[in-house]
Design a binder for this molecule. Sequence first.
Ligand code: NAG
Ligand code: NAG
Length: 414
Amino acid sequence: MAVPGGGAAAALALTLLLLLRSCVSGATHASSALRHAVPRGDAGGGLCGQLLLPLGYPCTEHTVETDDGFLLSLQHIPHGKNGVPDNTGPPVFLQHGLFQGGDTWFINSAEQSLGYILADNGFDVWIGNVRGTRWSKGHSTFTVHDKLFWDWSWQELAEYDLLAMLSYVYTVRQSKILYVGHSQGTIMGLAAFTLPEITKMISAAALLCPISYLDHVSASFVLRAVGMHLDQMLLTMGFHQLNFRSDMGVQIVDSICDDGHVDCNDLLSSITGENCCFNGSRIDHYLEYEPHPSSTKNLHHLFQMIRKGTFARYDYGLWGNLRRYGKLSPPPFDLSSIPESLPMWMGYGGLDALADVTDVARTVKELRSTPELLYISGYGHIDFVMSVKAKDDVYVDLMQFLRLRANGSLHSSY
Ligand SMILES: *[C@@H]1O[C@H](CO)[C@@H](O)[C@H](O)[C@H]1NC(C)=O
Ligand SMILES: *[C@@H]1O[C@H](CO)[C@@H](O)[C@H](O)[C@H]1NC(C)=O
C-alpha cells in the first residue's frame, strides 16, 4: 500500500518499535484499565442476548450484507418494556461512533440510555453496527485475519454500511427513517446525506457531536498521535486492524502516554476532552464492551482530515487519486448538496475536544438548511451518549424534534 510520507513513517516505525520494547517489562498505569479489562466473549446471543433481553426488552438480531461483502448485525427493538406490540412507532436508526458499537446506546441504565428511552417512548428502534466491531465481524470472502478485511475508512462506512443497513430498515418498514448518529456516526451521516439514494430514505437527522471538519481537534492524545504519524507508522508496519484490546494496541497507548507530552492519568479525557457526567464507577461494565476495533486506514483518513482541514474522500496520493477519482486530490463531500428540506437537529458541547465548536459552526454554515441547535457548555464528547443526566439535558429535546418529524411516509417528498 502506498503511504504518503512513507519514508518518514518507516523511520518513525522503528522508533515506535523501540518504544514498544521498552514498554514490555514495565507497563504503566495509563493503560492498566484496558489491560485488566475482561471483555465479553463473542458467544452469548449478540447484543440483544447480552444487554436487552435480560432487562425484559424485546430485541431481535438481523444480518445485512453490504455490496462489498461485509456481514453486519442490526438489532431491532420494536417497542419498550411495557409497549403494545401492534402499535408500531416511527422507525429510528441509531449509528454509533468510532471504537464503539451498538452497545453504546444501552450501556448505562435503562432510564439513562438513549436506546431504551426511545423504545420506551414509542419509537421503533434499529441499531447499526459497522464492519469490524465485535457485532459485525463477518464477510463473504475474508476473515478478520485478512488485510483486505480492514481495507476501508469511514467513507465505506457511509457508502456501503449505511446504505445496506438503512435499505434493510426501509424495506421492512416501508417508511422513511429517523437518523440519529454520534461522532463518527455523524461523519458517516453527513457524507451519506449528500447521496440521493440515502436521503430518499431519511425523514430527519439528529446529530450528537456533529463532525465533518476536524482541524480544530484539541484532544492531547489525538494531537500527539497525529504528530508522531501513528497512522502512517502502523500502515507501514503492516498493522491494518486497530484494536486497543490487543497487546499491540495497549502498547501503542503506553508509547503515546509515556513520552511526557500527554497526561494520560485520565485517558478518556486526553482522547475526548473532559466529560461532565461520566459514571466512573461503571468503567468495568463499559470495558466489557468497548473499545471496539476499527481499521488503521480509517484512522489514517481521520488524521488526513485533521492535517488538511478537509471533509473529503480518502486521499490515496496523487496517482492513486487519479486512478480512483480521476482527479489529483480526493473529491470533497459537499455539505451544500444535502437537501435543504432534510430537517436536522444538532447537539454539541463546549468541552468537546473532538467536535470543536469552531468546526461545528463551519459545518452548520455550509449546510443549506438551518439545523436546530442544542449547545451545552458543560458537556464533552462522551456525555452526549453516556452522561448520567443526558435524558434531561439532551434526549427530551432530541425526542421532541424526532416526534415532530416522524411522519415522512414513503410517498411524501421534500
Ligand atoms: C454509576 O454506576 C454505578 C455502578 O453501575 C451505579 O450503581 C450508580 O447508580 C451509577 N450512578 C448514577 C448517577 O447513575
Ligand atoms: C404523526 O403520526 C402519528 C400517528 O401516525 C400521530 O399520532 C402524530 O400526531 C403525528 N405527528 C405529527 C407531527 O403530525
